[in-house]
Ligand binder design. Structure first.
Ligand SMILES: [Zn+2]
Length: 501
């Protein structure tokens, strides 16, 4: 997420222990047969990463999109294989999140038949209708798995624009984040995550999984999605069925428009594709500039933080009222800023691309610890600027954050960067303290220990937590291990009390 405010100015080395030839594996670790279908979603070097996630959730979704004068109706059927990975806690319910029902999304999602291992169950909804609790007849023991099937429908109201117009059908653009029941996160000691407040920032907290998604849609709807499209079938009724696979991603988003055309490039094996409306002024030249920015972002962040493992990254123009929003494998950028003359265009593409490293790959609870991904995505913009333009430009970018933060301090009291989203209330506190002060934390670490040391800390942190969820304590521990210094005082000063929440 990059709130809509103009900002002025702007190797993982795996040590293989020598083993006697007789027992050294002669081939890469074999994948379970079901994982073979997900190869196209990963770059070849990262296919073996999947093997460690045999117990990750496995979604299979059939989704039909119908568009008429009345509106948009999605009819879905989802099967998810879920394994109890708590280690020690039997689970007597599984919790899904129905994000379209949040007021901030403005959709209407209804759940039909639900079964657990083939047995009909009667799930319960909370008052926001965004927390669906599926009771189990017998507790799911640690290590055991089950299959839950859910039928559902979602109505998308045309023209309705809530909060960031994140989930919407506006100007012919159908934006469908979280258009399926998303497994919530079971946190040992806390239980199932069921936060429903969403007044600002990002709403979703989820874990890495595998997705096979069949989308049946009008044949003139051009779709962009997380993951990779592996099949396309024409149906007798004139619709098309697209099949996507996504591996080791913590969410799945679809965006469609009949107007979209695409432009692609490649960086380090990653296909980067921009989807845009060609009828806008200078659309092609603006998109070409955007593609260049995106390719340079992937290049620099691969080199500085560690490689992006997925085959594709999509960047999609939408009417969102956030400057941009990050999703795994896909980011949306507001059409208002899709303009190479707009200083925000470069900033927001770089920021959202950085979220592929900080949020999509290294996940976090975006409600409780928004700084973990937002402050890092902001700092990553300064890293990008340094790689493109040198150290003086990096310092200028940091000073730009500092100047914004100082403007806030003239009017409001200071606060730490590590608060939950809801605790930032007055005067744009969330924007100024998380997005402007936040990156100053990493800049301060660079001033104290050296810029290269900070990059080293971020590389190790990325290597340790990619595909996982990190908490502030994890970042602290990881940074300390890399640096060999006690960072508690600095974390306490900047981030606040530990552990947070
Ligand atoms: Zn962001």
């Amino acid at each position: 997420m990059k709130p809509w405010r103009l900002v002025t100015g702007l190797l993982i080395v795996t040590a293989l222990l020598s083993a006697p030839a007789a027992i050294r594996p002669t081939a890469a670790q074999a994948l379970p047969p079901w994982m073979e279908a997900y190869r196209p979603a990963m770059l070849p070097d990262f296919v073996p990463d999947m093997a460690a996630y045999e117990d990750a959730p496995r979604y299979t979704i059939d989704l039909a999109i119908a568009i008429d004068e009345q509106g948009v109706t999605l009819t879905g059927s989802q099967s998810v294989i879920y394994t109890n990975r708590t280690g020690s806690t039997p689970l007597d319910e599984i919790v899904f999140r129905l994000y379209p029902n949040l007021e901030s999304y403005g959709g209407e999602m209804q759940i039909g038949a639900v079964t657990a291992n083939g047995e009909a169950v009667d799930p319960a909804l909370d008052e926001t209708r965004s927390v669906l609790r599926v009771p189990l007849a017998a507790a799911l023991e640690p290590g055991d798995r089950l299959t839950i099937k859910l039928d559902y429908t979602i109505v998308v109201v045309p023209g309705l624009s809530r909060l960031y117009a994140q989930f919407s059908y506006l100007d012919g653009v159908l934006a469908l984040p979280n258009a399926y029941p998303v497994l919530s996160v079971y946190e040992p000691g806390r239980g199932w995550w069921d936060e429903t407040a969403h007044t600002q920032g990002d709403a979703v907290y989820s874990e890495t999984g595998f997705y096979t998604v069949h989308v049946t849609a009008p044949d003139d709807l051009i779709l962009a999605a997380s993951g990779s499209e592996v099949d396309l079938v024409s149906n007798p009724d004139g619709t098309l069925t697209h099949t996507y696979v996504a591996a080791l991603m913590r969410d799945f988003i679809l965006v469609g428009s009949t107007a979209y055309v695409s432009m692609s490039g490649e960086q380090d094996g990653v296909t980067v594709t921009l989807y845009y409306d060609p009828a806008r002024p200078e659309a092609e030249a603006n998109t070409r500039a955007g593609l260049e920015i995106a390719l340079n972002s992937v290049r620099h962040f691969n080199a500085q933080f560690g490689r992006y493992p997925f085959a594709e990254l999509d960047i999609v123009q939408t009417p969102t009222r956030a400057g941009g929003i990050e999703y795994p494998g896909l980011i949306v950028i507001t059409d208002d800023s899709w303009n190479r003359e707009d200083v925000f265009f470069e900033f927001v593409i770089v920021h959202e691309t950085a979220h592929q490293w900080w949020y999509s790959l290294v996940g976090n609870d975006q409600r409780l610890d928004p700084w973990l991904d937002e402050a890092l995505a902001q700092f990553a913009v300064a890293v990008f600027i340094r790689e493109q333009q040198g150290a003086a430009a990096y310092e200028a970018a940091i000073e730009s954050f500092r100047s914004q933060y100082n403007q806030y301090l003239e009017r409001f009291p200071d606060a730490v960067i590590g608060q939950p989203v809801e605790d930032y209330t007055e005067g744009g506190a969330y924007f100024y303290l998380v997005y402007q002060k936040g990156p100053l934390f990493f800049a301060d670490l660079a001033d104290e220990f050296g810029y290269d040391a900070v990059i080293g800390m971020l590389r190790d942190y990325f290597a340790a937590y990619r595909y996982e969820v990190a908490e502030p304590q994890d970042m602290l521990n990881s940074f300390e291990a890399t640096l060999g210094e006690d960072l508690n005082p600095l974390f306490e000063e900047w981030v606040g009390p530990f552990p947070v929440g």
